[in-house]
Design a protein around this ligand. Sequence first.
Ligand SMILES: Nc1ncnc2c1ncn2[C@@H]1O[C@H](COP(=O)(O)OP(=O)(O)O)[C@@H](O)[C@H]1O
Ligand SMILES: [Mg+2]
Length: 256
Amino acid sequence: MTAKVVAIANQKGGVGKTTTALTLGAALSRLSQRVLIMDMDPHANASIHMAFFPEETPHTLYDLFAEKEHDPAIWERIIVRHPESERDFVTGHIRLSELEVDTKDRPNKGLILREALKDVSGRYDYILLDCPPHVGVLLVNALVACDLLIIPVQTDFLALHGLRLIFDTVRMINRVMPEPVRFKALATMYDRRASACRRVLNLIRKKLQGNMFNTVINTDTKFREASAQGKVIYDIDPQSRGATEYTLLAKEIMQL
Ligand SMILES: Nc1ncnc2c1ncn2[C@@H]1O[C@H](COP(=O)(O)OP(=O)(O)O)[C@@H](O)[C@H]1O
Ligand SMILES: [Mg+2]
């Protein structure tokens, strides 16, 4: 069995990418799935959230992209195990933002991650990629490597603009890929009492049809609380609405 690689991306910031990567990772592992989470964002929000501070971590995702020649043993250096949850994690680093320049003349620079993931694919059921909010070599690597792209969309009107950006990127990738990237949008931070939210959700559903998860993630203040404590929502309130909804999402993904 090889892992399903799931990229979580949207060029818009603050839509719940990092929250989805960490919470979905936790949900899947509570359902007995073996999970690796990779922080591909130079801002390393997911890493800091999990208390893997890039400046204190000797080996990060940057090492993988900076290799002159690929060495499969690199994974033993860059994978760290979260002490409490015992989930595997690869830390991000601000130097990832230098990759645009570093890889300028490198052939097949979009395939670096896809090739390297083959080494560890047998160890996991799911590999989740928390993507940066801008188009560049990292996002391209993630989209080329993934079996499924989750696009979190905040249910407000500006979200529709963000969607257009990510679709442009997907189209660009699809031009060079043997098979088109499979994607599903995920409504996040939904407030069903707000009519604007309901309208946007209906609009996106109509536009995307089957390319949207049935599960909707509502606004839940517990996400911020958990993040402030360096935890995920299951650690502070496994019965909360947010926790329940990410479990539903995990089950929906396992059935794909
Ligand atoms: N469903 C939600 N309800 C309430 N707050 C949320 C929810 N999802 C994420 N947040 C909060 O919104 C902020 C941005 O989320 P984050 O996952 O960091 O977005 P991104 O990675 O897309 O920039 C964070 O403070 C996070 O705790
Ligand atoms: Mg983020």
